[in-house]
Design a binder for this molecule. Structure first.
Ligand SMILES: Cc1cc2nc3c(=O)[nH]c(=O)nc-3n(C[C@H](O)[C@H](O)[C@H](O)COP(=O)(O)OP(=O)(O)OC[C@H]3O[C@@H](n4cnc5c(N)ncnc54)[C@H](O)[C@@H]3O)c2cc1C
Length: 115
């Protein structure tokens, strides 16, 4: 692994600014990214990892009249275990529960999954 800086972003605006200003990557649970850094499979190596787990409020799972809202930092395990998701969106709960292993589901986030 090559050296990199690590910053705990406090807000979405701060994370966005850091991404613009530096050769950087967001890090959430790190389940995919750290492996990619170790294996050096990214086209370019980031100088900075911007941790977004330090931004409050991004892990919410909420329902309203517009539907289901899942924050980018909601963990796969939390989506799978959410009473709201299990009751109203059982296929989503099942899909989240089917991902990988308990360790990955307890660290990996919804936002990091498609990225
Ligand atoms: C052994 C193993 C088995 C797996 N099996 C499955 C499987 O069966 N099915 C499946 O669907 N997935 C599977 N995965 C993928 C897993 O779902 C992801 O590793 C996890 O969701 C990534 O979340 P993270 O928070 O750890 O992301 P990180 O590793 O922190 O980040 C991954 C990528 O997403 C970016 N990123 C993170 N958060 C955001 C954000 N909020 N906005 C924009 N970009 C962001 C990062 O910059 C990075 O490029 C597996 C992974 C592993 C390691």
């Amino acid at each position: 692994m090559e050296p990199f800086e690590h910053i705990d972003a406090k807000t979405v605006d701060e994370a966005s600014r850091l991404l613009e200003e530096y050769p950087s990557k967001l890090i959430a649970g790190g389940t995919d990214l750290l492996g990619m850094l170790k294996d050096r499979v990214l086209p370019s190596y980031p100088e900075l990892l911007v941790n977004i787990k330090s931004i409050p409020g991004l892990d919410r799972i909420e329902g309203d009249e517009g539907g289901l809202k899942i924050g980018a930092l909601a963990k796969l395990a939390d989506v799978a275990a959410s009473p709201l998701v299990k009751e109203e969106y059982p296929l989503l709960a099942e899909a989240a529960h089917s991902v990988a292993t308990p360790q990955i589901r307890n660290m990996g986030t919804i936002g990091g999954n498609p990225a």
